[in-house]
Design a protein. Structure first.
Length: 206
């Protein structure tokens, strides 16, 4: 079977139904089910992973808070942020968890490089960073060698809700986005950035 994947471009979607759809897809898939990548964006929401500590939500700003089943701490999703959910059979791809994370991060680093942005990993803090500021978050759930959840890449969004949390559990962690780094005129649309990301994921996950 090919190691490619099918793509669903969902657009703006409420968080909880999308999460439950991922759970259902993963629970019902068989050895022959093609892998999928879902591209979307969400209305404002804070999500808390399995290890999340409630004190990392610093104050209530009226944004819904959802406890979910991915790894990691608290993060924010909102309009103008590109989400890619990765519904993959890791056994089929001969990938372990660490290799999967490394390849996803490299795909993001390559996408940012396409826009002239030098991005990097930060030891002990999954995701991708530019000058120490977080631009992409990563959180996964793996059950029986099949993963779901995925990554978020800040494109052109309101970053102010991040001030209400310790992003991914790190107090004072700065965040950034493509619009700030490229300038408004050169900032890609979510569709453009999404296609670049799909191309890079296809390379690194094959």
């Amino acid at each position: 079977m090919t190691r490619g994947f099918s793509v669903r471009r969902i657009g703006m979607a409420e968080y909880e139904p999308t999460w439950h759809a991922m759970q259902q897809f993963t629970a019902q898939r068989s050895d022959d089910t093609p892998d999928e990548v879902w591209l979307c964006q969400h209305p404002p929401v804070f999500t808390l992973g399995l290890a999340a500590r409630p004190e990392h939500l610093l104050r209530d700003i009226g944004v819904p808070v959802v406890n979910i089943d991915r790894g990691g701490q608290i993060t924010y999703h909102g309009p103008g942020q590109l989400i890619a959910y990765l519904l993959l059979d890791l056994k089929r791809r001969n990938l372990g968890v660490r290799a999967l994370v490394t390849r996803i991060e490299q795909a993001l680093i390559d996408v940012l490089g396409d826009y002239g942005i030098a991005a990097a990993r930060l030891r002990g803090a999954p995701g991708v960073y530019v000058g120490g500021a977080k631009i992409a978050a990563l959180g996964l759930r793996i059950k029986k060698a099949r993963c779901f959840h995925g990554l978020s890449l800040n494109i052109d969004m309101d970053l102010s809700p991040y001030a209400a949390i310790n992003p991914c559990g790190y107090a004072g962690m700065p965040v950034t986005q493509l619009r700030e780094l490229c300038g408004p005129a050169a900032c890609p649309t979510l569709d453009e950035a999404g296609q670049r990301l799909l191309d890079r994921l296809q390379v690194h996950l094959s």
